[in-house]
Write a protein that binds this ligand. Structure first.
Ligand code: NI
Length: 205
């Protein structure tokens, strides 16, 4: 008789267990659904593995910069205005930051590999900051690098001189973390003081 009194409660128990299991599954599903939304800003997708050549002619990869913050700027050494201005802003921000800036590796990345050989890069970067590194590579290496950083660039023929060309390119600074992950970007309009303040906030929150 004990058994018969227990019988009606068993389906209830099974039902309750089933409902709990179902809610756990729903909760798990909604959590996994959140992830793509959180990544929707696209910031998590900036950067990644690469192979490039530095201004000393050495092959470098993302592992060469592991453990250090990277401040990246993309451009070309023949740039008449935007690139030199931005590199001066970068250097002035580092001066403003003092010793704190030493935790950041400043990097100028060429999007004009045909003209910007390692030697050309070496001669160029030393004009701006003693620690400024220059990255270039084969056209394919540079294209792959620009792609993972979502950098646009394009050759523009010089109408006055068919042998010459300019480069259109995104003018953006990227701060990457010691883990190689994207932290923050700065637009061309950020001045040295603003850049120094923003970098300080990241390094000394
Ligand atoms: Ni430029």
């Amino acid at each position: 008789m004990q058994n018969s009194s227990l019988l009606p409660s068993r389906p209830k128990l099974i039902l309750a267990a089933g409902l709990i299991l179902l809610s756990v599954i729903i909760a798990a599903l909604s959590l996994t659904n959140l992830k793509p939304e959180q990544m929707g800003s696209g910031t998590a997708l900036i950067g990644g593995p690469f192979t490039m050549v530095n201004e000393k002619g050495e092959t470098v990869t993302e592992k060469s910069f592991a453990g250090k913050y990277m401040l990246l700027f993309f451009g070309f050494t023949n740039c008449g205005d935007v690139c030199p201005t931005e590199l001066q802003v970068m250097a002035a921000a580092f001066t403003e930051m003092g010793a704190l800036s030493e935790t950041i590796t400043p990097i100028f990345v060429s999007i004009d590999p045909e003209r910007d050989s390692p030697q050309v890069m070496a001669d160029y970067v030393k004009n701006f900051h003693p620690r400024l590194q220059g990255l270039t590579g084969t056209p394919d290496q540079v294209a792959a690098f620009a792609k993972i950083y979502h950098i646009f660039y394009q050759k523009v023929p010089n109408p006055k001189n068919p042998a010459d060309y300019e480069m259109d390119h995104s003018s953006i600074l990227y701060l990457m973390g010691p883990d190689g992950k994207f932290i923050k970007h700065f637009t061309y309009t950020t001045d040295a003081k603003g850049l120094a303040e923003a970098l300080k906030k990241v390094l000394q929150p």
